[in-house]
Design a binder for this molecule. Structure first.
Ligand code: ZN
Length: 320
């Protein structure tokens, strides 16, 4: 099995404009797709990523204006970590102070330096200072210099009662290997490294189950090259782990199946194909509302009911 790591992470946010301001303007990610939640078309689905929206860089949100805040707990991703070039962590610390981003002092984990911070919905994120990635391509559409721009995911950190059952899925189905332990953390990585190649499991009892809401990760998607690889993963889940996935769903930009892993986190398997340039040119990704064919007949009504997203507005600072 040639697992390649994290495809995307999807989270729940508050107002769409605030979400766009934070991720596109403050973190400098590219809005690579403006569409709706295919299962709930009255809600936006905003995709942020690198220039092309490459698998391993895609952070997506369902923004709901009046969402109740989530509660961190067992059975969820408690932290989503993004990669930045090692030399840029001082730039980011300064930027967070200047922009009023809620953040914590630098921490060390598995020998790496991390800058933990929160988005305006209280979602827990961190930047990991990674050496040797300065020359990876970066999206520089925001006011962030190329040498500091975010280079996709570093890792997700799952808070689980037990590491082993979930670890078995990561290693057997998605091609990860356990590469280290530190305190209550177990680190898994896919061969070859790169964006989205790490999952950390924080094994800790005594927490209440997580409650989904604003600032919560809704699900984590892992990469399959194509339908055949996805199918092979589905078979392995059934045969070796007794887990059944949903039927395959066409998400326009990838094709997906979903399942609840043994630690209760919602996992998805998403194909690398066809990608975000399937319905608009790469040069103008994210600029207009894109809808799947089955929703085009409702475009006029949806355009009226969805809140307008304004690029001209100044960045709104996170509430404290
Ligand atoms: Zn997804």
């Amino acid at each position: 099995m040639n697992g390649k790591g994290i495809h995307h992470v999807t989270a729940i946010a508050g107002p769409a404009q605030r979400n766009l301001d934070f991720y596109a303007r403050i973190l400098g990610l590219r809005l690579v797709k403006k569409t709706v939640n295919f299962d709930d078309p009255g809600t936006y689905h905003l995709y942020f990523g690198d220039e092309a929206g490459s698998p391993g860089s895609i952070l997506t949100f369902f923004p709901w204006k009046h969402v109740a805040p989530g509660r961190t707990g067992l059975g969820e991703a408690q932290e989503t970590v993004l990669r930045v070039p090692a030399g840029s962590i001082g730039y980011w610390l300064h930027r967070f102070v200047e922009k009023g981003v809620v953040h914590q002092p630098l921490v060390k984990r598995f020998g790496e330096t991390l800058l933990p911070f929160k988005d305006p919905d209280g979602m827990r994120l961190a930047l990991a200072a990674v050496p040797g990635i300065e020359n990876e391509t970066a999206w520089t559409g925001a006011d962030i210099p190329a040498e500091a721009a975010i280079r996709g995911f570093h890792s997700v950190n799952l808070l689980l009662a037990e590491a082993a059952p979930t670890g078995a899925i990561l290693t057997d189905v998605f091609g990860f290997a356990e590469i280290g332990r530190e305190g209550s953390l177990v680190r898994y990585r896919v061969n070859g490294g790169g964006a989205g190649s790490i999952v950390d499991i924080h094994e800790a009892g005594g927490f209440l189950p997580a409650r989904l809401g604003g600032g919560s990760v809704h699900h984590i998607a892992f990469r399959a090259a194509d339908d055949a690889e996805e199918e092979a993963m589905v078979r392995k889940l059934a045969q070796n782990h007794g887990i059944r996935t949903t039927e395959q769903k066409d998400r326009n930009y990838f094709r997906s199946v979903y399942f609840r892993e043994p630690g209760h986190v919602l996992f998805e398997i998403a194909t690398d194909v066809p990608g975000f340039a399937v319905d608009e040119p790469k040069a103008t990704l994210g600029e207009t509302l894109k809808l799947p064919a089955f929703l085009e007949t409702r475009r006029a009504a949806l355009e009226v009911s969805l809140p307008p997203l304004d690029w001209a507005k100044p960045a709104i600072l996170p509430s404290t």
